[in-house]
Write a protein that binds this ligand. Sequence first.
Ligand code: ZN
Length: 151
Amino acid sequence: MNDELRNLYQEVIVDHGRKPRNFRKIDGATGIAEGFNPLCGDQLTLYVKLADGVIEDIAFQGAGCAISKASASLMTMALKGKKQEEALALFGRVHDMLTEGPNGEVKPEEVGKLAVLSGVWEFPMRVKCATLAWHTLRSALEASGAQISTE
Ligand code: ZN
């Protein structure tokens, strides 16, 4: 990653950390889950409204570091209107990107705007900050009665 791209990604993370999008409750959510990352102290509550297997609305509230909030903010933006299978498939790609980095099979362009988090893999302590929202999403979908496949 060149410096220019790194700086751009950093700016997006700081922006979303300061002004997270979809930072609210959802009345009538079909699934609500709590996530906590004791390593950093990040905590969030994720709200999902599922209709016919499609994520009609998704939002979160909570407190934590810029990476945890930016990751949750970007995740909600990426997933609104997506089918739950698509959401879980994207989770798989983001997880690979964060844990394998450039050595993995997933290229940053395969995760859309979430590519801004691609530099996080260099900081193993922060990977859990970035994946917290996604693990919480899985719980929220389960709470919605969705069929979650671990494949
Ligand atoms: Zn954190």
